[in-house]
Design a binder for this molecule. Structure first.
Ligand code: SF4
Length: 451
């Protein structure tokens, strides 16, 4: 469950504000949906509470990406049913209403991702809103579940690719890009409200604008092309750090790297490569020429030497042989990616990979390969971080405590990457961007002193 904003003060007179307990599961894209729903709830006068007990209803924003995520979603619905009984289910798993109603026939409503109107209608039915004009006095950037100094910015929904392990296109549909002016207005409001870092997300960020045909769209007194590169340049010029997530390795991704060299966009690319062995990539229906990708990575680093690459991989995909796995480890040695996550393949009901006529990798072997993968990458990560000792770099401060501050470099996204542990002689505040001299490194984190 994610932290929820503090409850709004109850209305001084008349009926108390109805209270909604909110559970948000899943990825940053689901988090953006949760923020939108909570913003609407707060705008209409609902209190958001951390406890199911005593709430007028519970909204559970579910994740349905993997079977383990579905199990977590069902457990969260079960808790809400047991503790409250008036439960509204939305999000990715809501696209499978039968699976939910089979276990919990008495849930009040089930809707899929981005179904804001359906969620609000179900909430209205469960607990009528208060009508109070003062409740319109919301901060213009809406209600955020992330700390005030960084914010996720969703630029599109859905995906036109067909990776065989993934059901996102089935759950969320084909790519639908938001109008460029809407994205830029939201980003401008966030930056004006004090956000220092924009985390650009969608299922397929680099495809932005493809569904629209990359038109020029009005924004203020000028026009901006609804295209990934143009949007990245515009966002980068707002004065906040701009970090790009979930980049599919299309050829045109090369064009964004010069913006990183110019300092407009953070030198950080989050590209889930998923694997490196051609056989496995083919079965995954992913771009298969990872030797060419090594050349591209070298070229990117030639243009933007500080570039940090984050990626995720799936080990134990059906048909993955020891030789395929060794190709992956060798590729990692060559690619020297700074930030890497890995998962064991999990069959997902409805994903095309289920129909592949390939042998499953036994669970123990999957675990063994995952352990080898992590140990291999840990050594690479430690070597790369050790090279940063002695350098000075900007660090954004996420937390300040009695033992020092904790922040992130331009190469670290919140929640998924490493941290910079800071000592400081002068006061620093959350959201400050300070200069740190790096004094030490371990496998994942840096240590430094504010200068
Ligand atoms: S690009 Fe991402 S969201 Fe789209 S099908 Fe592949 S894994 Fe799924």
């Amino acid at each position: 469950m994610l932290p929820t904003p503090d409850p709004a003060p109850a209305r001084a007179a008349g009926r108390a504000a109805p209270r909604i307990s909110f559970v948000s599961l899943g990825c940053p894209k689901a988090l953006v949906d949760s923020e939108r729903i909570i913003t609407r709830l707060r705008a209409e006068g609902y209190e958001i509470t951390r406890k199911h007990d005593g709430a007028d209803a519970v909204v559970v924003n579910t994740c349905g990406f993997l079977d383990s995520a579905k199990a977590e979603s069902l457990a969260a619905i079960g808790d809400a049913m047991a503790e409250n009984g008036k439960v509204i289910v939305t999000g990715c798993m809501g696209a499978e209403p039968d699976a939910i109603r089979e276990r919990y026939p008495n849930v009040l409503a089930v809707s899929g991702p981005q179904a804001y109107e359906s969620v609000m209608a179900a909430v209205h039915e469960a607990a009528e809103p208060l009508h109070d004009p003062f409740l319109d006095l919301l901060p213009p950037q809406g209600i955020k579940l992330t700390p005030r100094h960084y914010s996720y910015l969703k630029i599109a929904e859905g995906c036109n690719n067909s990776c065989s392990f993934c059901i996102i296109p089935r759950l969320r549909g084909r790519l639908v890009s938001r109008p460029v002016s809407e994205v830029l207005r939201e980003a401008e409001k966030l930056v004006t409200a004090g956000v220092k870092e924009l985390l650009v997300v969608s299922q397929d960020t680099a495809a932005y604008g493809l569904d629209l045909g990359y038109p020029m769209q009005p924004h203020g007194d000028r026009e901006v092309r609804a295209k990934f590169i143009d949007l990245a340049r515009e966002l980068g010029s707002l004065g906040a750090w701009t970090r790009l997530h979930y980049i599919y390795p299309y050829p045109h991704v090369d064009d964004v790297v010069p913006l990183m060299a110019e300092g407009l966009v953070l030198p950080y690319l989050d590209i889930p490569f998923q694997h490196a062995a051609p056989n496995v990539l083919r079965a995954m229906k992913r771009p298969g020429k990872q030797d060419r990708t090594l050349d591209r990575i070298a070229a990117w680093r030639g243009v933007a030497p500080d570039l940090v690459l984050r990626s995720t991989f799936i080990v134990g995909f059906p048909g993955e042989t020891e030789e395929d796995f060794q190709i992956l480890l060798d590729w990692l040695t060559e690619a020297k990616l700074e930030r890497v996550g890995a998962f064991k393949y999990e069959p997902v009901a409805g994903a095309p990979a289920q129909a592949l006529d390939l042998p499953a990798v036994p669970r123990e072997l999957q675990q063994e390969r995952l352990d080898r993968f992590m140990a291999h990458q840990q050594a690479i990560s430690a070597r790369l971080l050790a090279k940063k000792v002695g350098r000075r770099m900007p660090v954004i401060v996420d937390a300040v405590g009695p033992g020092g501050a904790v922040g992130r470099s331009k190469g670290d996204a919140p929640e998924i990457d490493g941290k910079v542990h800071l000592q400081h002689r002068f006061p620093v505040r959350v959201g400050d961007i300070v200069t740190a001299r790096i004094t030490g490194a371990d496998a994942y984190d840096l240590h430094g002193t504010v200068v």
